[in-house]
Design a protein around this ligand. Structure first.
Ligand SMILES: [Zn+2]
Ligand SMILES: [Zn+2]
Length: 393
């Protein structure tokens, strides 16, 4: 069942592949009973938004509104959504995460990151059920604009969100906690829905290292640093950070890296990792999505080691593996999407870790007014900021 909405709001529209993000008035025409109307407070910007902007994650189409790390307040709850999660009530604080179909065998078994239609449910940017979208360009004869990116399109001030993308944050987890800048703690929690949970979940949900293990992480962006913070919590013997930016390696040291390798200065990074780890690491994680770096993971591993591909590579690319050494050394290569998380349980766990001082993600963010979106995007691209978060002020 759907209800008419008739709400006017505004969002950062991308008109065509490669076009800029431009703020435009938007009409929200309808809302289904398995959806939730959310007023955005903060939205994280993720590298995947840039891939989507350039049409590099099929099946995305245009015009579209992206954004898939939202934090906000519930305005309205559809009847099926209220049944799905009784904590979903108007006024509730929510974080937004990835979307799933809720019907395939993996969704039914509560393994949402394995959803059989993951790509369509998130990069499709339309409703899974019928391919529709609730948003219209207010100034262009009501042209439909895709607004279901990851079921949410958090670059929209008020958005119709798929109920499976929503994570309710209990008030008790938000009490007495503001950032030094005076911003709500929701600013630091908005990226939990994608970047932070992807890094932390890879370590805590999938690899699960022990103190006997060693880990190398390539790429000290928000995903890599979240993975590093999570790994530091497991007490691993060695935690090696690799990046090309010296400042990011210093950050990594602050968050528990035992060794830092600047791949600009070191000719053979895998050899250096093997030297540090006395023959290779147990786990090698790529958070860059760069193919030669993914291929370099295998040479970093000790026999029996696992390489994890976490950063999003460009579409259609192949990774080469030396099949014989892979077999002889019992190596494994896995892909991990969204940290294999069940967001509704994993994100509250990460918030508790943050509140215990063991997952200091607030140190990774910088808040920008939504009017400074272009600056925030430029600072992300240049590496000046680890995780820009826009504020819907
Ligand atoms: Zn599914
Ligand atoms: Zn993302």
């Amino acid at each position: 069942m759907s209800a008419q909405l008739g709400i006017t709001t505004e969002g950062l529209v991308v008109e065509a592949a490669g076009a800029d993000f431009t703020m435009k008035p938007i009409e929200l025409v309808d809302m289904n009973d398995d959806e939730v109307l959310v007023e955005m407070k903060y939205s994280g910007i993720c590298h995947t938004d840039i891939l989507l902007q350039h049409g590099l994650l099929p099946p995305v189409d245009f015009p579209a509104i992206f954004g898939h790390e939202g934090a906000g307040t519930v305005l309205k709850v559809g009847a099926a959504a209220a049944k799905h999660d009784p904590a979903l009530r108007p006024g509730a604080s929510v974080l937004l995460s990835f979307n799933t179909c809720g019907r395939c065998c993996e969704c039914v078994a509560n393994r949402p990151s394995f959803c059989h239609v993951h790509v369509q449910a998130n990069a499709g940017c339309v409703r899974l059920r019928d391919g529709s979208t609730p948003a219209r360009l207010a100034e262009a004869s009501a042209t439909p604009v895709l607004s279901q990116c990851f079921g949410q399109s958090s670059f929209l001030r008020t958005s119709v969100v798929a109920m499976r993308s929503v994570v309710v944050v209990p008030d008790a987890l938000l009490a007495d906690c503001t950032l030094d800048s005076g911003e709500s703690i929701l600013a630091a929690y908005a990226p939990l829905g994608c970047g932070f949970q992807t890094g932390a979940g890879t370590v805590l949900n999938v690899l699960r290292p022990t103190p006997a293990d060693s880990v190398v992480i390539f790429g000290m962006g928000s995903v890599g640093l979240a993975a590093l913070m999570a790994a530091a919590n497991t007490g691993v013997r060695q935690l090696i950070a690799v990046d090309i930016v010296a400042d990011k390696l210093l950050l990594a040291r602050d968050f528990g890296a035992t060794h830092m390798v600047n791949s600009r200065d070191v000719a053979d990074v895998p050899a250096e990792v093997r030297r540090i780890s006395d023959g290779g690491v147990t786990y090698a994680i790529d958070c860059t999505g760069i193919i030669p770096i993914i291929e370099s993971l295998f040479a970093c591993l000790a026999p029996g080691g696992t390489a994890a591909s976490v950063g999003v590579p460009p579409p259609g690319k192949k990774v080469q593996i030396d099949a014989l050494s892979f077999l002889m050394e019992n190596k494994r290569f896995i892909g991990v999407i969204e940290g294999c998380s069940v967001p509704q349980t994993f994100i509250p766990q990460l918030i508790k870790l943050h509140r215990d001082g063991r997952f200091p993600v607030d140190k990774l963010i910088k808040v920008y007014s939504v009017r400074d979106f272009k600056l925030a995007l430029a600072d992300l691209r240049s590496g000046k900021v680890v995780k820009p978060v826009i504020k819907w002020d």
